[in-house]
Ligand binder design. Structure first.
Ligand code: OGA
Ligand code: MN
Length: 364
């Protein structure tokens, strides 16, 4: 996605060094048998294990309810009934720990997997397979996606409603329906689910051009998500102004996925916040400076946390170098209890190894 890393450039900046340090972090119980040796070393990157002592933990600050560490403040916002933290030297950045209840988290995880990847929303799979409907249901029912030759399906060519057509056509079939030796390309729906990396809601973002393509067909952001974003954006909005959600990017992270340092600069008005919702496994988020040379601040993001980036904070490099899928690190026990119904077992399996981020933007 962003900043495909050039290995030679990997260590050149403070941001890249921090990314590498956290990406390579291994929890103590996975350090292997050379424990006593690695303990005698300074706990640093060389050991391949790393150190999380500098990672800001807003949940711990909330629970301690004491004096805040230097540089961290509470933002008081009339009529907003969640605690909000900020960095005194980084205006425009707001952290709302535990903004969503477990029920709300489950709802948005289900939506992210079932509804958000549905056409006309585009996903990273669209360019490869054409538009895919009901991927989630197909994965649950262990179906297989087969690509059909275009000439065979001219009458089924997918019209996007704007005269543009997708050049590929794919359909789901049962395992038993696949004719051996037929030569068509086939992929398990469960594999595709794991390959899902992003989907876009509302105005469609074109990742190849890194721009919004308003000519692409799209639906409005669902009202419930727009209302949630409007409410959560309040601490970052000028008094009396309302946030207008026009687009959202949903990121799906598997165990070794990361999001390289970047600045989101394709929206017209940077005074408006990006509202960023975390779901599923815990991760480390880096908030850097206006160049990659500034040492970034690391913080934990957990399921249900919301981050706002507005104004000056929008010019800062940020990224996600590490997802914690290890069972004693992921911190999703409330979600796991909530997703205990038979119908939820596919979602539970997915989220135990994944993180989902929904970030909502006002484009104009
Ligand atoms: C993004 C982004 C952060 C996250 O999609 O632009 O910065 O928490 N996501 O995944
Ligand atoms: Mn971003």
């Amino acid at each position: 996605m962003y900043g495909a890393s050039d290995p030679a450039a990997a260590d050149r900046t403070a941001f890249r060094r921090a990314e590498k340090q956290y990406k390579l972090y291994k929890p103590p119980n996975l350090k292997g048998r050379s424990r006593s040796r690695s303990r005698s070393k300074p706990d640093g990157v060389e050991g391949g294990c790393g150190d999380l002592s500098a990672v800001v933990d807003f949940h711990a600050l909330l629970a301690a309810d004491g004096e805040l560490p230097a540089g961290i403040g509470r933002s008081n916002c009339a009529g907003f009934d969640h605690p909000v933290f900020c960095f005194l030297d980084r205006p425009g950045f707001y952290f709302i720990p535990g903004a969503l209840s477990t029920e709300e988290q489950c709802y948005w995880i289900r939506e992210s997997l079932k509804t958000f990847p549905q056409p006309p929303n585009r996903t990273n799979l669209t360019a490869i397979y054409g538009s895919i409907s009901d991927l989630f249901v197909a994965a649950k029912n262990r179906k297989i996606l087969v690509e059909v030759e275009n000439s065979d399906v001219q009458e089924k060519e997918q019209n996007n409603g704007d005269g543009k057509t997708e050049s590929k056509y794919s359909k789901f079939v049962e395992d038993s329906e696949i004719q051996k030796g037929e030569g068509c390309r086939s992929t398990r729906a469960t594999t595709l689910m794991r390959k899902l990396r992003w989907s876009t809601l509302g105005l469609q973002f074109d990742w190849s051009k890194r721009n919004y393509d308003v000519s692409l067909p799209h639906k409005r952001i669902p009202d419930a998500l727009a209302n949630l974003a409007k409410n959560m954006a309040i601490p970052a909005m000028p008094f009396g102004e309302e946030f207008k959600p026009e687009a959202a990017i949903v990121n799906y992270y598997g165990p070794s996925d990361m999001l390289g340092g970047h600045v989101d600069d394709m929206e017209a008005d940077w005074t408006k916040p990006i509202v960023s919702i975390s779901l599923g496994c815990k991760c480390i988020f880096l908030l850097g400076g206006k160049t990659r040379d500034e040492v970034p601040t690391a913080m934990f993001l957990r399921s249900g946390d919301i981050v706002l980036m507005a104004g000056e904070a929008r010019e800062r490099f940020h990224g996600v170098p590490r997802i914690f899928t290890e069972s004693d690190q992921q911190e999703i026990s409330a979600l796991v209890s909530q997703l205990s119904g038979e119908d939820d077992c596919f979602i539970l399996d997915y989220i135990k190894n994944s993180r989902i981020n929904i970030n909502i933007r006002q484009v104009y």
